[in-house]
Design a protein around this ligand. Structure first.
Ligand code: CTP
Ligand code: CA
Length: 223
């Protein structure tokens, strides 16, 4: 894929990514997570690196090794921890890519001690988590923001609405069954003007395609 490496499409740029599955503790040994493997986020981090960017990764639960050559890497399991880590690593970032499958809700009544089995089943109360992507995209000096949409039905309808609601210039939409936990993906790229449906491909190839689109859309810095 020579057109990604020469010229290096993201040379001189800094990219911050989130990746992996969120984890919200119920008690010290249990929690709520999801089936994200971190493969797409790791592939995108590698693709950004190959394209010449300095890459910072904030990651939750990863079922694959961290990519090599990261400028910074920080684990953050819960949505609130991930938001804090993202804010701490935003300085100088030109691009923010939210790949992580963040939990929309946390446990409001999490227990500091292991919950003991008892006659009455425990009741978990949920509280809404902050939306990291939407928060970053709303900042006054927001980097170029890229979101993902994982849908199990009505992919394009939900993805279009998500891109507008979060106010991001580029959204990568995928069907949960095509993407999560798999080595391949079938993505649709949505920006304000075009929707590009791509065939199923390996996640490294999907990541290169996304990087090319980011480089095309990224506001050019004055020379
Ligand atoms: N996202 C985020 N913070 C959250 C939830 C989601 O940054 N608390 C980001 C994801 O990383 C992804 C995008 O928002 O880039 C869309 O995530 P998704 O779960 O598909 O959409 P939601 O807006 O959470 O809507 P829903 O789960 O109801 O489909
Ligand atoms: Ca969600």
């Amino acid at each position: 894929l020579p057109d990604v490496w020469s010229p290096k499409l993201l040379a001189g740029k800094t990219v911050l990514l989130t990746a992996g599955a969120g984890y919200e503790a119920i008690d010290p040994v249990r929690g709520i997570t999801n089936i994200s493997s971190g493969q797409m986020g790791a592939a995108l981090a590698r693709a950004c690196r190959r394209a010449g960017a300095a890459v910072r990764l904030v990651y939750g639960k990863m079922s694959v090794p961290l990519p090599a050559g990261l400028a910074r890497a920080q684990q953050a399991l819960s949505a609130r921890e991930m938001l804090d880590a993202v804010m701490e690593n935003l300085d100088g970032a030109d691009v923010f890519v939210a790949v992580a499958a963040v939990a929309d809700y946390r446990i409001a009544n999490a227990s500091a001690q292991k919950i003991k089995k008892s006659d009455a089943a425990p009741v978990l109360a949920l509280a809404e988590n902050p939306d990291i992507l939407q928060t970053v995209a709303a900042l006054p000096n927001a980097p170029f923001c890229v979101g993902f949409a994982a849908e199990s039905e009505n992919l394009l309808v939900h993805a279009r609405a998500k891109r507008v609601k979060k106010n991001v210039p580029l959204l990568v939409a995928n069907q949960v069954s095509d993407a999560m936990g798999k080595a391949t993906n079938r993505i649709v790229l949505l920006d304000a003007f075009t929707e590009t449906a791509l065939p199923e491909m390996g996640k490294d190839d999907a990541a290169d395609t996304i990087v090319r689109r980011i480089a095309d859309l990224l506001p050019q810095t004055a020379l």
